[in-house]
Write a protein that binds this ligand. Structure first.
Ligand code: F6R
Length: 224
């Protein structure tokens, strides 16, 4: 079981996470570089908005995104790389930003010292990154087929659902669990039910986010 911290509103929730990132970077980066695990989707947009005004030295920071559509050109307007460029990287210059595109991703993360802080959203079916229901606990970065549910959720960013890619590269559950600190965020009443199941219910591959109950350094944030 993990406690769910309810926030007054989306701005407060986003600002709090940025403060944690700031403190951790200021603390860590005196001696070493920092690695930040990033998510796309609507949930972290507030974090990215507030991060733009931060004055810490982003040149010390390596970023690793959780996932990326497979078989989309990198400059496609719906690629996650493009999303990050538009919402964060155009404003903040990081040392290097990685996206998963092959099975070597977990080794690259490891060689960079592991992820210090991982930001996560949750899908309405309990997915984290593109680890859909049924994903094994020991999964690493791999190419997966997207469920109809996820393709439907994500079709709001495309003209028609047929344009949503059928496959993606994603960090696995084990890849995510290796992060030293995780912040799982959910924004909106439509996420409440699945968030409660993930945090209070049984740990099951039916709800991949429920594996996070086994992480010893996770904060769950919710606002409606
Ligand atoms: C995106 C990702 C996804 C989203 C999830 C929630 O990198 O990992 O798992 O976090 O689909 O999406 P939003 O935030 O749009 O509700």
């Amino acid at each position: 079981m993990i406690e769910i911290n309810k926030y007054k509103n989306y701005d407060e929730m986003s600002k709090w996470v940025v403060e944690q990132i700031r403190d951790a970077i200021n603390f860590n980066s005196v001696t070493k570089h920092f690695t930040l695990g990033l998510a796309t989707g609507s949930t972290p947009l507030g974090i990215y908005k507030y991060m733009r005004d931060e004055t810490w030295d982003s040149k010390k920071v390596y970023t690793f995104n959780l996932d990326e559509y497979a078989d989309l050109p990198y400059n496609h307007p719906q690629s996650y790389e493009h999303f990050m460029e538009e919402n964060l990287f155009a404003y903040k210059q990081f040392r290097y930003s990685y996206f998963p595109e092959n099975e070597r991703y977990d080794d690259i993360i490891k060689n960079n010292g592991g992820i210090d802080i991982q930001i996560l959203g949750i899908g309405t079916n309990g997915h984290i990154a593109f680890n859909e229901p049924g994903s094994p606990r020991d999964s690493l970065t791999r190419k997966v087929e997207l469920t109809e549910n996820t393709r439907k959720d994500n079709s709001r960013f495309f003209d028609i659902i047929d344009d949503v890619p059928t496959h993606a590269w994603t960090m696995g559950i084990e890849s995510i669990m290796r992060a030293k600190q995780i912040y799982l965020l959910a924004n909106g009443k439509h996420k409440k039910d699945i968030l409660e199941k993930a945090c209070y219910g049984d740990i099951t591959s039916d709800i991949p986010a429920s594996y996070l109950q086994e992480h010893n350094n996770i904060e769950v944030l919710y606002c409606d």
